[in-house]
Design a protein around this ligand. Structure first.
Ligand code: AMP
Ligand code: GLY
Length: 424
């Protein structure tokens, strides 16, 4: 098979490495990729949301399957584009069509979906500019903190958690009347605050059956002790110790089954990943959000633990034969620590030479924001590299990652030294 992966982050490097291990692979491409994917695949200079350019690449390189990394191409309809094209319609795309991608593309849709299919989630109501006053009145009926969510995609910044009622009302007005997040906040979901511990569970589904992938916990804040600004993720751990068999069974019965069945009932033929963001509230799972893709950096700990052939599983997704595919996971713990550019998630500089990473041998270095120039590899993004290690315990795995990180350097490199602090 010739597979094309869309995307350019650590998630896509992890996909590329895993897919490259399959003996079903003939040629592997990543668009646009990074310096890491260039070592295991051929990078193509194609933007993942430029569907015409993707079509050209698919035909030129005889691509036989497309794996979509980020949400934007899915929400914009890359899968629908393939199905509507005579030359592309038989090439499987791993990732949902537009209708399924709404689970991530619209918080209002996903909340309605959960309510309808009885998936446990926080109580909510949605408002628009014309119902601003009702929104303010609804806030008065809730206890702080107040959770305000822009309906649409807002680059991970569309969720506000506010303690003060007056401030929450003012922010609601900013979002609805002054387009704080542009079109994304023309509808706002206000929901009850859930007090618990967060984790994520990943599912791969062919629309009928599913495999439950390893759980992971991600560390979203820039600062140690989970402080400071939100980022795309500063590190991750898999499995999550408190997500034991009993908890995962609750997630399967209360969340995964009603979600997969609900998609079927809605007539949504969903083939791809479902990333379920959960809050564990006193042992009971509540859904915070769905994403229609894998997480980054969660992928850098989830995929390395999967011992089965990922391409086999993808074929199962494409042909709706997932149930018959073998699926094995190592019980070992995987951790990843993200190295970021100083200044991230605010302004930072690109183009800093990265050294030492080729000397790492006890960990896997996944490139996120890197670029190959004529003679060196340089930083090319806020999140630069994810350093993944295995261990029998979280501590052992972390020790390996931090020792490996000592070998790597670039100007203004920053990373959290406390990944897993709340679990060990
Ligand atoms: P989201 O973009 O929906 O993942 O929200 C971003 C973050 O806000 C989540 O990772 C949670 O930490 C937090 N969050 C979202 N919804 C809630 C809620 N209802 N209760 C508590 N925290 C929440
Ligand atoms: N790490 C969180 C995400 O990928 O959405």
């Amino acid at each position: 098979m010739n597979i094309l992966i869309l995307g350019s982050g650590g998630r896509e490097h992890a996909f590329a490495k895993k897919i490259a291990e399959s003996n079903k692979i003939n040629q592997l491409f990543v668009a646009p990729g990074n310096a890491g994917t260039a070592a295991v695949a051929t990078n193509l200079d194609v933007n993942p949301t430029n569907f015409e350019a993707i079509k050209e690449a698919v035909l030129q390189y005889n691509i036989t399957m497309v794996v979509v990394g980020p949400e934007a191409p899915l929400v914009e309809g890359v899968h629908d584009f393939f199905l509507a094209d005579e030359l592309l319609k038989n090439i499987p795309v791993i990732g949902p069509k537009k209708d399924g991608a709404l689970l991530e593309g619209s918080k209002d849709f996903s909340k309605q979906f959960m309510e309808k299919h009885q998936v446990p989630t926080a109580k909510y109501q949605s408002f628009t500019a014309t119902t601003l006053q009702e929104g303010k009145a609804f806030l008065e009926t809730l206890n702080p903190p107040f959770v305000l969510k822009a309906d649409g995609l807002a680059a991970g910044k569309g969720v506000l958690i506010i303690n003060d009622l007056e401030e929450a009302k003012a922010e609601l007005e900013e979002m609805l009347s002054n387009q704080k997040f542009g079109n994304a906040s023309s509808t706002v979901v206000i929901e009850e605050f859930l007090d618990g511990i967060e984790l994520s569970v990943f599912v791969l589904t062919d629309g009928k059956n599913y495999k439950i992938l390893p759980s992971a916990k991600d560390y979203k804040r820039i600062g140690e002790g989970d402080t400071g600004l939100n980022t795309g993720g500063m590190g991750a751990i898999s499995p999550v110790p408190f997500a034991d068999d009993a908890f995962i069974q609750k997630v399967e019965e209360r969340v995964i089954k009603p979600t997969v069945n609900g998609l079927q009932k809605e007539g949504i033929d969903y083939r791809g990943f479902i990333f379920i963001g959960l809050m564990n509230v006193n042992g009971d799972p509540f859904v915070i959000e769905y994403n229609v893709r894998m997480g980054d950096p969660e992928t850098e700990v989830v995929l390395p633990r999967i011992q089965s052939d990922l391409v086999e599983l993808f074929e199962g997704v494409a042909n709706q034969t997932l149930e018959s595919k073998s699926y094995e996971v190592t019980p070992q713990t995987a951790v990843t620590v993200m190295l970021v550019s100083g200044g991230y998630p605010e302004a930072y500089e690109n183009g800093k030479e990265i050294t030492g990473y080729t000397n790492v041998n006890n960990s896997t270095v996944y490139h996120a924001g890197t670029k190959k120039t004529a003679e060196k590899v340089v930083t090319n993004g806020g999140r630069v590299m994810a350093v993944t290690s295995f261990g029998d315990t979280i501590e052992e795995a972390l020790e390996k990652s931090y020792t490996s990180i000592d070998k790597i350097s670039f100007e203004n490199m920053y990373y959290r030294k406390d990944i897993g602090f709340d679990l060990v």
